[in-house]
Design a binder for this molecule. Structure first.
Ligand SMILES: [Zn+2]
Length: 412
């Protein structure tokens, strides 16, 4: 049999996902498997036992990243890698992250049972704490691994109970000895649910993102005049919350008018937040994402000008800060083409698109050729208990991953 005819076992992939879905299962049909919790440990133990069943070399590094390595013929060549995360959001879904760990596991099981030899080693990985919901920030361990974040800094991140990430790694027995330091990678693929509605809307099965959108964060602070609401006439008030409300409308209006972008006010703090005091302080955030950095900056220019006008009209002095800017991250063209080609050869429809969210792959992409494979999310929902992708689509995504990994792993 030609390796082009190899297919994953969809039923086995489903069973693995279902077994993982039981660990931290929530009554609403999702999972809660916070990073370095007992549930995370249980999922890790199961993953490691499955890796050993197919004779993979299992390594745990200082950040608790779990690597399963299947030797190739030429062990000196840079490896082909695939992985994602087994941790979840609080009351998260059963597919985010775990599909990108069970998918490559199914690929390795398929290679194992068919005695397929590859030129290069294949490594699959569970990245510790991708979600960043228990210990901020997100994608911390892939960030340390590629050298963008400091190990000690990562160890010292605390959860709401004051426990550090380093202590919790030790507690669950996953503070490994291997250095959390990148080794040479020939190609990295991450299989993931889309977490948005595009594939479903377009009726396509496989998404091949050309990269991750740029991300620009701003913080806005308004100062007004507090007063008793009853005796203070409407005319002449300096109401911060009212000014902020107009600004939130502006953010949405600008995004609609400019198009090809999303802009969101997701966080708002109102002071003193009392029903009988006119608000004299508001802090809110603006998140702007687009494929073109210039386009996003142009949108911010418009918002900034209009925010100032609104603040002047209400007599609420404004302070605007640029908190964080990440440029867009294009994936490797050749690997993205591998995803599109494999989809076509397998007879699956595909969509060349963008990723609105960051993933571990975003960090790996900074040091090695990388690409992602998306499968549809029902209703575009994610980070919620009802998050769902069809078993059939998961299987198809894993078949695309299989063909991409085989192609890259046999390149010498
Ligand atoms: Zn994820």
């Amino acid at each position: 049999m030609s390796i082009k005819d190899l297919r994953v076992n969809g039923k086995r992939l489903q069973e693995s996902l279902e077994a993982m879905g039981k660990i931290g299962a929530t009554p609403g049909g999702g999972v809660q498997r916070l990073a370095l919790s007992d549930e995370d440990k249980e999922a890790r133990d199961l993953f490691c036992s499955w890796l050993k069943e197919i004779d993979c070399e299992v390594t745990i590094d200082e950040m608790g990243n779990i690597f399963g390595r299947r030797p190739g013929k030429n062990r000196d060549l840079p490896v082909v890698m695939s992985g994602s995360h087994v941790d979840s959001q609080p009351k998260g879904g059963r597919f985010d992250g775990i599909l990108g760990v069970m998918g490559p596991l199914e690929v390795l099981r398929t290679l194992h049972e068919n005695n397929v030899e590859t030129e290069r080693d294949i490594v699959i990985v569970d990245w510790t704490n991708e979600e960043g919901s228990r210990f901020a920030p997100a994608m911390v361990s892939s960030g340390v691994w590629v050298g963008k974040l400091e190990l000690d800094w990562a160890y010292n991140r605390t959860d709401i109970n004051g426990k550090t990430q380093g202590e919790e790694l030790e507690r669950i027995g996953y503070k490994g000895d291997a250095p959390a330091k990148a080794f040479p990678i020939h190609a990295n693929y991450e299989l993931h649910i889309e977490q948005g509605p595009m594939l479903e809307a377009e009726g396509k099965t496989i998404g091949a993102p050309k990269g991750v959108l740029c991300l620009h964060w701003y913080d806005i602070y308004l100062t007004g005049t507090a007063n008793q609401v009853g005796p203070t006439p409407m005319a002449g008030r300096n109401d911060c919350l009212l000014a902020a409300a107009e600004m939130i409308q502006t953010v949405n209006k600008v995004a609609h008018i400019k198009g090809d972008m999303v802009a969101t006010v997701g966080e708002l703090h109102n002071y003193p937040n009392s029903r009988n005091i006119i608000p004299d302080g508001v802090h809110f955030t603006v998140d702007i994402r687009s494929w073109e950095d210039e386009h996003a900056l142009g949108a911010w220019d418009l918002m900034e000008t209009e925010f100032q006008t609104i603040a002047d009209r209400h007599g609420t002095p404004i302070k605007m800060e640029t908190t964080w800017r990440v440029e867009r991250a294009p994936f490797n063209d050749a690997l993205v083409n591998n995803v599109l080609d494999a989809s076509e050869e397998l007879g699956y429809s595909s969509l060349y698109m963008v990723s609105g969210a960051g993933h571990d792959c975003s960090y790996i992409n900074q040091i090695a050729p990388a690409a992602m494979i998306f499968v549809p999310s029902k209703g575009g929902r994610s980070h919620v208990e009802v998050e769902e992708s069809s078993w059939d689509d998961c299987e198809k995504g894993a078949n695309v991953l299989l063909q991409c990994m085989l192609k890259s792993a046999n390149e010498v």
